[in-house]
Design a protein around this ligand. Structure first.
Ligand SMILES: [Zn+2]
Length: 82
């Protein structure tokens, strides 16, 4: 049994990261580590109300990008079928 390499508060048996910290690693794989650092810096350097607003802004950008990419894929798929 070892402590988690990131949070150093949870104990792990097989992997080096606990479940919570593995989620952070997962986001780094999806969005790049720099994007995760930027979001954490932008969000956590504010007071609680500012954090909530900033979280919504940050997440809104990600959701809009995903929706834009999905729309483009659907349009591309539509033109390939015709
Ligand atoms: Zn951890």
């Amino acid at each position: 049994m070892f402590s988690c390499k990131l949070c150093e508060t949870e104990y792990v048996y097989v992997s080096s990261l606990c479940d919570g910290c593995r989620r952070i690693k997962h986001f780094m794989n999806i969005y790049t580590p720099q994007r995760v650092y930027d979001i954490l810096d932008n969000v956590l350097s504010r007071n609680e109300q500012g954090q909530e607003t900033k979280m919504k802004d940050e997440i809104k950008n990600e959701i809009e990008n995903k929706q834009y990419n999905l729309r483009n894929k659907q349009i591309k798929r539509g033109t390939e079928e015709n």
